[in-house]
Structures are given as structure tokens and as C-alpha cells.
Design a binder for this molecule. Structure first.
Ligand code: PMP
Length: 310
């Protein structure tokens, strides 16, 4: 498998060579999942690379850290500038961006408050997470046998490393079963989300998506799609979604930073047909927004100031 890399990674304030960006094996986060992270993207625009909704991602990173009793070890503005520098110095026009804040090497055990809080940012070229074909033709999804973590034991609103074992189990199960993606129900049996995407169903021209109280991660793509749909004059209702509504829906799609907007063409082996008109329309406007082709959404772009030199 071809793995995309870049020259430099930002690690605790320094730019280091990709292959030198290492941690000690006793890093607390490696043992107990005590990290928080973001998945962000930068896109090539006419004015150079631009990070999509950068501030929203940094705010969510800070919120996730806070929920796990950590202060960001660098101010958000510093992380923002470091990301810009990293993109420019790696000569990238578009990339995936992965900031991670984690409990480092220190005392072992479940009280990590003496362990240092460290930070890294990596950038690399990464195509659509569920594939370009998936974006075009739709994907095959399966409702997972795993339920999405609930707020009775973890924090669905936090993007925390350890919590992602839930997504990893669901993802492996779906892939081994021959599907592209899993859709998880919440602890009450309502539709929750994909392993790294929020879900929308279209019924009778209306968009429906589970509310934040349904144990979803409050996705930034989800928020963008709700705004775009409103601007297009579509009603979006945030309410519980029953499992059967996935297959009764006229259209279903997933949204996330990695995947972007992906139509679902089959759920639990029941075909939904090719991507429908509302999915297509939203996908089109969203793609334009991401790539700076839609002036109305230029407010979401954080341009990398130094033109990158390949
Ligand atoms: N749900 C989960 C569990 C995720 O990991 C992600 C990806 N961050 C999303 C939803 C979508 O969030 P966003 O649109 O902010 O990428």
C-alpha cells in the first residue's frame, strides 16, 4: 500500500523530519488512549492553500482537551500558525491535517495529571477517505453490531483517541463483511453516525439528521451542510432517526472532513438507488465551498499566508 508522507512534522514547537517524529513507548496515550485530536483539511484554491474551518477545528480540539482535563500546551493561534508553516514548508497545495494533543511519557497508571501534555501536527496528501468512486457512485453501508459510545461512560462530543476503539471495531467489522462503512446506532437504538462521519437522510424533500443529544460527534461538516441546505431553501430537522428510516429514505448520505460528502447507495444489503438529486446538489455546493469556488462560504477558508514552494 502506498502511504503518502511529507518532509516535516511539527512536534512540540519544532519542525522535525517525518521519520524522526517519534515518541517513547511508555507514552501515556499509547497505553490508555489519553489523547485528543482533530481531522482537518486544506484545499487548493485560486489564492493558494486554504484550511477549511480552521478555527472551528481548533476550538473543538481545545474543548476535547478540556473534557479530558488537559490544557492545550500551545495557544490555538500558535497551532494555527504552525499548521500554516507546515503546509508551506512541505510544499503542499492540499492536504489532510492531523493535530494531536496527548499525555506523554511519565508515571504509568491511570492518574495522568503528572504526565506532560504534548502536541504534534502532521500534514500529508490524502484523497477522499471513502474513495472518489464512493463520492461519485455512493457506498455500501451496514448497521454495525456495535453501538456508539454513550455519555454514560464516555464523552461522544469529544474527539479523544481512546474513544476511537469503538469506531475501529465497527470499521473492521464492516470491511470484513464486505461493506465500505458502518453506521452505528446509539444506546437507545436510534441512528447515530458513521465511524467518522455524521449521517443525513432525505425524506419527502426534507433533510433529517440526529441531534447532538444522540451521542454524535458534533461534526463541522454536518454544521456546514445544515447551513448550506438552509441557504438552498431546504428544511433540516434535527431529530431521532429510526433504523428503518435509513432504508425507507429517498436518499442517505454521510459527511465528514475525511470523507467529505458521500452518498450511500445501499444499507444492510437493501439498495437505495443511485445518488439522489438533493445529495448531488449539496455535494456540488459543498465541494465548491471547500475549494473556494463559492464566494458565499469564503468565510470558512483560512488561507495559508506564505505561498508554498514545491
Ligand atoms: N463522527 C465521528 C465519530 C468522527 O470521527 C467524525 C470526524 N471528525 C465526524 C463524525 C465528522 O466530523 P467532522 O465533520 O468535524 O469531520
Amino acid at each position: 500500500m502506498h502511504l503518502s508522507t511529507a518532509d516535516l512534522i511539527w512536534l512540540n514547537g519544532e519542525l522535525v523530519a517525518w521519520e524522526d517524529a517519534k515518541v517513547h513507548v511508555l507514552t501515556h496515550a499509547l497505553h490508555y488512549g489519553t489523547s485528543v485530536f482533530e481531522g482537518v483539511r486544506a484545499y487548493e484554491t485560486e489564492r493558494g492553500p486554504a484550511v477549511f474551518r480552521h478555527q472551528d477545528h481548533l476550538d473543538r480540539l481545545e474543548a476535547s482537551a478540556r473534557l479530558y482535563y488537559m490544557d492545550l500546551p500551545f495557544p490555538k493561534e500558535r497551532l494555527r500558525e504552525a499548521t500554516h508553516e507546515l503546509i508551506a514548508r512541505n510544499g503542499l497545495q492540499s492536504c489532510y491535517i492531523r493535530p494531536l494533543v496527548y499525555r506523554g511519557h511519565g508515571p504509568m497508571g491511570l492518574d495522568p495529571e503528572q504526565n506532560p501534555v504534548e502536541a504534534m501536527i502532521a500534514v500529508w496528501e490524502w484523497g477522499a477517505y471513502l474513495g472518489d468512486q464512493g463520492k461519485r457512485e455512493g457506498i455500501r453501508a451496514k448497521v454495525s453490531s456495535w453501538r456508539r459510545i454513550s455519555s454514560e461512560s464516555l464523552i461522544p462530543q469529544a474527539k479523544a483517541g481512546g474513544q476511537y476503539t469503538n469506531s475501529v471495531l465497527a470499521k473492521i467489522e464492516s470491511k470484513r463483511g464486505g461493506y465500505d462503512e458502518a453506521i452505528l446506532l446509539d444506546d437507545k437504538g436510534h441512528v447515530c453516525e458513521g465511524t467518522a462521519e455524521n449521517v443525513f437522510v432525505v425524506r419527502d424533500g426534507q433533510l433529517v439528521t440526529p441531534p447532538p443529544t444522540a451521542s454524535i460527534l458534533d461534526g463541522i461538516s454536518r454544521k456546514s451542510i445544515i447551513e448550506i441546505a438552509g441557504d438552498l431553501g431546504r428544511t433540516v430537522v434535527e431529530r431521532d432517526v429510526a433504523r428503518a428510516e435509513l432504508t425507507l429514505a429517498d436518499e442517505v448520505f454521510l459527511v465528514g472532513t475525511g470523507a467529505e460528502l458521500v452518498p450511500v447507495r445501499e444499507i444492510d444489503d437493501i439498495g437505495l438507488g443511485p445518488p439522489g438529486p438533493i445529495t448531488r446538489e449539496l455535494q456540488h455546493v459543498y465541494d465548491d465551498a471547500l475549494r473556494g469556488r463559492e464566494q458565499r462560504y469564503a468565510k470558512w477558508l483560512d488561507f495559508v499566508p506564505v505561498p508554498s514552494q514545491a
